[in-house]
Structure formats: structure tokens, C-alpha cells
Design a protein around this ligand. Structure first.
Ligand code: SF4
Length: 341
């Protein structure tokens, strides 16, 4: 497990006046990281690189610290009612990253310092749905655990949700740095999910993330710290030997998650999909990618705002769903499979 250290950090106006901004500034000083000012993240200039590939690699080592200005929350189906952002983008570098469709042209990592305003917004959205419980997803626009060693904001957020009667938090990660949040007062209100996959997918497509072994060890630590636990298997890819490899994955998971908590774990299953826009970006940044993105053998699916994506054909998707659900039921008979999409 290697913690991400950016090469350069840009501060938007006023960001440094917030305690989190100051904390990040001190982190930069301590680690001899170059610091710049910018009027806005859109105005960030000077990220080196003469090709799209090089620019992308350098953007992934660039951090922009600012305030979250738009505080309207989007709905987040099927995993939660709403999503909010403590950060955008991610230190990881997965070839299939779901962010390419929405954040593709601005791949630098952004961290938001105005968490109090974000928390007030969350309270407002909870109020609207009373007396129902409202569930929020914190990892739809990035992986907050990947920068927790710099910000500490995920722990604050977990503790904030720990105090809420009617609010629940969901987080998903491909990182393993859970030690800073083990002692958080979560009150059982945060479900922490780990994104896991076959060896083929992790080895070929998931760069700069923590390896499966470390993710499973981290999951075990959180389970022992009484966090509700879950696993997202995504993207599920029909590569050669996919059945054997996903079987080994579930067996390996079972051998790690050997404590009482395993009865209440959740699973979310997501088949591989891509948009035309994401495909173009992926081919520019990973010209030798082994990702299969052949529109002619895929089925079109229309999502939010009429956006079209390519998924597997109906029978292939059904085969994935039945096969992996069967494995889960065999090894984790009491687990909940929340959805397949
Ligand atoms: Fe994208 Fe998640 Fe990979 Fe980060 S860890 S690059 S958010 S898929």
C-alpha cells in the first residue's frame, strides 16, 4: 500500500483560510510539494505534458484545493438516494474508469474544504424526506479514501453521519488506507464497500490502486471495527476464463471475511459498460488497452439524461448475473445482493 503524494498543488482563493485548506498547505510544505495559486480550477495552467497521454499522467499527480460551489445534490440510483462530493476524481488510474464520461477532460484531483456547508446541505436533503431515512453516496465522483491521508475529511464525514438519526452514508473504494478511520464514531451509519475484481481485470486495468490482498485486509479491519461492510464487483468483464477467475475471487473473499459480520455484508454487481465519449478518451490515454469496447457486439442502454452506453447482450448479462449471484449465495448465504446492473 503506497499513499498518493501529488507533484503539485493549486489553491483556489480562500481555500487556505479553511482548516482543511491549512492542513493541506502544511502537508505540502512538509513534503516539499510545489504550491501554486489559481483563480479557479478551470484556470489551472502549467500541468506539463506534450501528448494527451503525458498530460493525463501529470494531471493525475495534480491536486486542486477549493470550495464546492454547487451544493445541489444529484440523485444516485441504484446505490443511494443522493450523492455528494468531498472530492472529485481520483489518484487511481483505471483504464475503464466510470469518471471518463463525466470528468474526462479535467482529470486532476480536486478536494473541497467547505465541509460544513456540505454537511448543512445534507441535513437539508434529509429534512425533505422525513420521516424516511435518506442514504447518501460519497464516492460517485471519486475515491475519498485515496486522499484521506491528506484531508481527514472522510473521517469527519463518517462521524457527522454517526450523529444523524435519519441519514446514512455509503462509501466505496479501491484503496486500503483505512487506519485513520478505524476509530471513527460511525455508529453503524456508514456502509463501507470495497471494489473488487478478477485478477485479470485488476492486473490489466486497475493502475495506481491498492492490490486485492490489501483491499481485503482493509475490509477485514473495518469489519472488525463494526462498520457495515459491502463489496462491489465492477466492472464485471467476460474475459477469457472469467468464470474461473470470478469463482476464485469469491473463494478468496470468503477466506478473508471469516468473522460474524459476514452475515450482513452487501454485494453490488455491475457489468462492464462504456459510452462513445469514454471510449475515445480511453483510446487516447491507453492506446494499447486490452479493454473490449466493440459497439457492434454490445447492446445499447439509455441512462440518466438520455445518455447512451454499451452493455453486454441480454443473454450474456443474464449469464453474468446468474453465475456470480450463485457464487455469492453459495459462499455468503446470508449476504444481500442489492442489485445487478
Ligand atoms: Fe476511477 Fe475508481 Fe479507478 Fe479511481 S479507483 S480511477 S474513481 S475507477
Amino acid at each position: 500500500m503506497k499513499l498518493w503524494i501529488p507533484d503539485r498543488v493549486y489553491f483556489e482563493p480562500l481555500a487556505i483560510e479553511y482548516p482543511i485548506g491549512e492542513k493541506i498547505f502544511n502537508f505540502c510544505k512538509k513534503n516539499n510539494i510545489e504550491i501554486f495559486k489559481t483563480t479557479s480550477h478551470n484556470q489551472v495552467r502549467g500541468i506539463p505534458g506534450s501528448t494527451e497521454k503525458a498530460k493525463f499522467a501529470n494531471a493525475k499527480k495534480t491536486l486542486v484545493v477549493g470550495r464546492k460551489k454547487s451544493l445541489n445534490l444529484d440523485v444516485c440510483k441504484p446505490s443511494a438516494h443522493y450523492q455528494f462530493s468531498l472530492m472529485t476524481n481520483c489518484p487511481g488510474n483505471c483504464e475503464y474508469c466510470y469518471l471518463f464520461s463525466t470528468q474526462g477532460r479535467n482529470p486532476y484531483v480536486r478536494i473541497y474544504v467547505n465541509t460544513n456547508e456540505i454537511f448543512k446541505t445534507i441535513e437539508k436533503y434529509i429534512k425533505k424526506r422525513l420521516p424516511e431515512i435518506t442514504v447518501f453516496e460519497a464516492a460517485s465522483t471519486g475515491d475519498p479514501l485515496g486522499v484521506e491521508h491528506i484531508t481527514g475529511t472522510l473521517k469527519d464525514t463518517i462521524e457527522f453521519f454517526g450523529t444523524l438519526d435519519k441519514g446514512r452514508l455509503r462509501v466505496v473504494t479501491k484503496f486500503a488506507n483505512v487506519d485513520p478511520i478505524l476509530d471513527a464514531s460511525h455508529n453503524g451509519h456508514t456502509r463501507f464497500r470495497f471494489s473488487i475484481n478478477s485478477n485479470y481485470v485488476i492486473d490489466n486495468f486497475e493502475h495506481n490502486t491498492d492490490n486485492l490482498e490489501d483491499r481485503l485486509k482493509a475490509a477485514k479491519k473495518l469489519g472488525r471495527a463494526n462498520y457495515p461492510l459491502g463489496f462491489i464487483i465492477a466492472p464485471i468483464i467476460r474475459h477469457e476464463n472469467w468464470k474461473e477467475q470470478y469463482s476464485s475471487l469469491i473463494k478468496k473473499l470468503h477466506s478473508h471475511i471469516d468473522f460474524a459480520e459476514k452475515d450482513s455484508i452487501s454485494f453490488e454487481l455491475i457489468q462492464h459498460r462504456f459510452t462513445s465519449n469514454a471510449k475515445n478518451i480511453i483510446l487516447e490515454r491507453f492506446p494499447n488497452t486490452k479493454l473490449e469496447m466493440d459497439e457492434t457486439i454490445r447492446k445499447k442502454k439509455y441512462g440518466k439524461y438520455g445518455r447512451m452506453k454499451y452493455v453486454y447482450q441480454k443473454e450474456e448479462a443474464l449469464e453474468i448475473k446468474d453465475f456470480i449471484s450463485g457464487l455469492i449465495k453459495e459462499y455468503f448465504p446470508n449476504a444481500i445482493i442489492e442489485y445487478f446492473t
